[in-house]
Design a protein around this ligand. Sequence first.
Ligand SMILES: Cc1ncc(COP(=O)(O)O)c(C=O)c1O
Length: 382
Amino acid sequence: MKWKVPLFDLNLEQAEREAVQRVLDSGWLTMGEEVIAFEREFAKHAGAEHAVAVTNCTAALHLALRALDIGPKDEVLCPSLNFCAGPNVISSLGAKVVFTDITSDDDLCISPEDAAARITPRTKAIMVMHYAGTPCDMDAFHKLAEKHGLRLIEDAAHAPGASLNGAKCGTLADLACFSFYSNKNMSTGEGGMITTNDETLAVRLRHLRSHGMTASTLHRHKGHAFSYDLIEPGYNYRLDEMRAAMGRVQLSRLEGFNAQRKKMDECYRTWLDDLEGISLPFSSHRGKPSYHIMPALLSPGIDREDFMQALKDSRIQTSIHYPPSHLFGWYRKQKPDQCLPVTEDVTAREVTLPLFASMQADQVELVCDVIRNYLEKREKAA
Ligand SMILES: Cc1ncc(COP(=O)(O)O)c(C=O)c1O
């Protein structure tokens, strides 16, 4: 399918190509000076003390939980309106995933009130997710964490560059995890980062990222170490130099990307504002979002598949973010009768419209025209 308006489009220029070429010419392909520089620049941009580069955000979330010693006796809260990576890593460590509802059909982030009601003596952490790049209500989550002695993790896959009360996502919890997967605000193909202000956690993350070893190949190459010890069993979650070099360029362009996304978000809100049958969540944004995706909610009774097909017929790509995690077969087996009313209502009506940094206003206009025609035709037929 040749889309007139794709859901997402990459934004790569000569600078990214030159960065990758520079690495290929250097003769050092993984965990070298580019990774070190990417970590330093990412930490500075986020305002965090430490940044640890990893292969992807799923690995970042896994390491974050390992660094907090989450294991089989623990419960971890996370939203069901989520990509499956968060719940899956909690589950894979033998801990219990406690799915939590979202706040409303306007605020699609995890609800602090519902979270409070799900805390038990076994709860060890809350993994919030800044849905669509709007920061969660972190003041409320900090109060909960303090009251119950819990650790907080940000799944910030949608939220590089977003901030709340002047502090960037990446500094709003004990640990924060980012994704540089192709369709994210910054793209390196695969790639991830963990930020923290806790030095002890940062040291442990660096060990766990590379098998639990105390010295890297670069250390030995530079003559800083002859051998190494193994502190605890870890993983190979190392990032390569090509992706780090690309990531540095994408990071330097991130604020511009997010500003363009914001403009497109405003166009959608202006042109869909008076239209019956569709609404745009986050009508009053909390903090400064990163505008990762453009979720829209169809009014009850509108057939979502038919709506998406109408856009597809006009060569406009849409998606769904996300099917509710608590209703996936695996999680339903663990807790067959769980009901999260707000999540279930929203996930049945959500459609994600195209949004990307190189998108132009005339593309948003086209999407909105097709939506308007569809909804007005439907109204007349009723
Ligand atoms: C909210 C969220 N968390 C985690 C991930 C996993 O990221 P990665 O693909 O980098 O492992 C994604 C990826 O789509 C995501 O959207």
